[in-house]
Design a protein around this ligand. Sequence first.
Ligand SMILES: CSC[C@H]1O[C@H](OP(=O)(O)O)[C@H](O)[C@@H]1O
Length: 361
Amino acid sequence: MQDDQTLKAIRYQRGSLSILDQLKLPDQSIYIPINSVDDAWKAIHTMSIRGAPAIAVCGVLSLAVELYHSQSKFDTIASVQQFVTDQLNYLITSRPTAVNMTEGAQTIIDYLIPLSNKQQDLSQYINELIVFMEQFLERDLADNHAIGQYGAKAISENNTSHKKLNILTHCNTGSLATVGFGTALGVIRQLQANDNLELAYFTETRPYNQGSRLTAYELVHDRIPHTMICDSMAGLLMRTQPIHAVVVGADRVTANGDTANKIGTYQLAILAKHHKIPFYIAAPTTSIDLNKKTGDEIVIEQRPSKEMTSIKGVNIAAEGVQVWNPSFDITPANLITGIITEHGVFKPDELEEKLLSLRKK
Ligand SMILES: CSC[C@H]1O[C@H](OP(=O)(O)O)[C@H](O)[C@@H]1O
């Protein structure tokens, strides 16, 4: 099972934040300090830390650390509110596709006024704001296990004829993409814990290799039975091996269930449809953006060409080669069997209604 210490993407205690530098994995396990929002912005943009939920927690906690150490520079509550709003709006620009940072920023901005109605002492206001920001860490930890449990139950119930299941996943959606158990990889961890997993197949996930660099690291570490494949092998795998489900993460799910996820997800969904294999998205409800009606509204982040033309600084393509490097693609809702959240598994066409009723509670 997951070892909480060596697979922690984020280490935090009040006034101090560090992240596991995922660009150095799997060869080196090095934590780097994050002392400010600027540090967090750079770490997120360069993908030293990545994964929609982990990005949001890192961003919010970097602001908590900055507030903790710079209290003396504020003379009014209004100046704190302006600083927090400006820093959150800056953090959102670090990676545009995932919604979790935007959701977290809006939640904090919405709290600034109610908190000032409750607390007029400047020092106490800052302290209570820090406590509120720290709750993002606890919330995501709790969400992950629920996602794993709901997902494992749904997939097992879909395959009553097989005790042990072969699952295919893409990219990295484990402890290195969240702050705990993982989303899609959390479902795989839970299937393993329930003794319902035969093999976890996973793709290398070109071009940035989150699968070979990060998912391999997690599955080997947790001693979960697995097989790594190249992205291009997914079709032959589904045609020749019994794959019982595909489960992947999400960076942003829109109201109709369309989902932005790591590039390569869309073609896996098409292959799964062709081979009649259930295709699941696993994501916390903080990844669901009801303000966007369909996936056509999602901004797809374009990444630097060097992430395609080199690996760890070694060129694998001719200097000057022209590339196209979208970091995400959109999987339409009609290719998705279910969306696994911390509140249960929802069909795409019921997602908006279910989420609105949950948010009213
Ligand atoms: C639970 S992480 C969701 C999502 O994040 C990954 O993208 P990136 O590595 O570029 O941050 C990937 O799309 C995962 O599925």
